[in-house]
Design a protein around this ligand. Sequence first.
Ligand code: PEP
Length: 254
Amino acid sequence: MNKDRKLIIAGNWKMNKTVAESLDLVKGLKRELSNIKEVDIVVCPPFTALCEVSKEIIETDIRLGAQNMSEKGVGAFTGEIAAEMLKEFLVRYVILGHSERRQYQAEPDELISRRAKAAHAASIKPIVCVGESLEQRESGVTEQIVGQQLRGSLAGLTADQVVETIVAYEPVWAIGTGKTATSGQAQDVHAFIRQTLGEMHDSGVAKRVRIQYGGSVKPGNARELMSQSDVDGALVGGASLEVRSFSEIIKNSI
Ligand code: PEP
């Protein structure tokens, strides 16, 4: 598939996998994906496995992501993880504002934007998640919600930082439910996100930002989703926990 933007497919392992299980998974991915150059491949293990996974992928094209980080520098913030600590394990990406964190940790857009700025300051690329709930979609406010989240979560970022940010459109009703947005529904919201980025900055910036789709991406629907003109990759939850399904999603997307 010929797009100006390189596809980026990231696996969000969430609160799954011991260190041993993480190593099994990543060794399998190394075997399956060693020849893939067309896609940026990212794995986001739990914090506890970052160190060992980092060592395992050091000489590969697989990149490491974290699932969250603090907006603060190192210091007296019990239980938090600073960007500087992630850098020690060569973490290149960080998922911010995932809907599970927006829901269970009540993370607001303003906090997500501070984290995004802290990530950029450490040369870690944020994957900033936005997406509407089922109720919001059914009430016809998808664009209003996604627009608000996008503007709030990227507030104060420079144009250069926005270009280096990945936006993940993840309709909440499609996460972990087996219900995928149709490729048309995904494309419509991705186009809206790109248009909004153009209003926030300019169309040159908007054209360069990679926008992932997330929500029950599987080997069987990856190709159709990735073929949409504004879909530049995927953020994958459940199907990233097994070598076979994650590898097939990547291979089917090319
Ligand atoms: C996610 O949580 O980011 C996600 C997309 O999950 P799943 O693929 O399991 O729907």
